[in-house]
Design a protein around this ligand. Structure first.
Ligand code: A3P
Length: 324
């Protein structure tokens, strides 16, 4: 059942206009909402998600901070969940990954909810058939119904040095009109270290899911991009098991795991026409596929930048036993 429509549209608009804002490469900038820098053009979706989305036991939520492997995780999870319907294989031209960008197959909740008129309980009827969603919001922004249901959350994170570098490349390439313009790597990095970043600060974002995964490991799976790169097949099996659809012995013998790994590899996805052309949420599809390397930061960041970020990581993460 829907919660009562007790939001007041004016109250939400007043709340949004009272929040601190910063300019950003992306035209509409960032809004500081409950200590996180939310893209201003998704702030209504983030508030609606928090207040009105009703999580169901069957929901599987893919969560991440941008540029940590979201696109890859979406491709893998979609392929795992729908493998009976769509045979995973690079030779299967009918697989949805051949005709759709992974972001089209696994929508972001806050973007889906963003178009809902603020102050009104959104119509969720179109959501009931969907099981797999994604989000960039921190863990405690998720609605109570998700925390209380049997929904499962898979979080992917990445070494912040590579995340910073990947983000800078993305924004530089996205080159959106009306944004803050040509920020240098140094300027971008400075903001990243201050927490002024898409859904930043990164340390609070990571820790929100890290703590949840320690408290509720059966509900929150915490993955690292680096581990996924090192042994994709082993981690894919963990993902499938966590999603409640483990691979059978027969499937493993039939090579299904390896086929999904190959189909979702950067080299395969990057070369598909659908990902070379077209766009999604105002970004060209191709901007989501770059190098996908671990440690590329060493080619770009100066020793003082590395030292600075490593100090932040040590200070913020080591008390919680989280290391990169
Ligand atoms: P790089 O910029 O380091 O290459 P997100 O999907 O969260 O936006 O993250 C983008 C990063 O993941 C980019 O990293 C991109 O190249 C990489 N990536 C995208 N698809 C991938 C895949 N199938 N396998 C591995 N990495 C992938």
């Amino acid at each position: 059942s829907q919660p009562p429509n007790n939001d007041n549209q004016q109250e939400i608009e007043e709340l949004i206009s009272s929040l601190p804002k910063e300019k950003w490469w992306r035209g509409s900038g960032l809004t500081l909402y409950q200590n996180f820098w939310v893209p201003s053009d998704f702030i209504r979706g983030v508030i609606t998600l928090r207040r009105h989305f009703i999580g169901r036991d069957s929901n599987i939520l893919l969560a991440s901070k941008p540029k940590t492997g979201t696109t890859w995780l979406k491709a893998l999870a979609f392929s795992v969940l729908h493998r009976a319907q769509f045979r995973p294989s690079v030779a299967n031209a009918n697989h949805p990954l051949c005709s759709s960008n992974p972001h089209d197959l696994v929508p972001f909740l806050e973007i889906m909810l963003n178009g809902q008129p603020a102050g009104h309980v959104p119509d969720m009827s179109g959501f009931t058939d969907l099981q797999l969603f994604a989000t960039h919001v921190p863990y405690h922004f998720l609605p109570e119904s998700i925390h209380q249901s049997q929904s499962r959350v898979i979080y992917i994170c990445r070494n912040p040095l590579d995340t910073a570098l990947s983000s800078w490349h993305f924004w530089a390439q996205a080159n959106l009109e009306g944004g803050a313009g040509d920020w240098s790597m140094e300027e971008f990095f400075e903001n990243f270290c201050k927490g002024l970043d898409f859904y930043g600060p990164f340390w609070d974002h990571l820790l929100s899911y890290w703590k949840a995964s320690c408290e509720r490991p059966e509900r929150v799976l915490f993955l690292k991009y680096e581990d996924l790169k090192e042994d994709t097949a082993r981690n894919l099996k963990r993902i499938a098991e966590f999603m409640g659809v483990p691979f059978s012995k027969e499937e493993e013998l039939d090579g299904v795991v390896d086929q999904i790994v190959e189909m979702c590899s950067l080299s395969n996805l990057k070369e598909l026409d659908v990902n070379k052309t077209g766009d999604i949420f105002g970004y060209e599809n191709k901007t989501f596929f770059r190098k996908g390397e671990v440690g590329d930061w060493a080619n770009y960041l100066s020793p003082s930048m590395v030292e600075r970020l490593e100090n932040i990581m040590k200070e913020k993460f080591s008390p919680f036993g989280l290391y990169f």
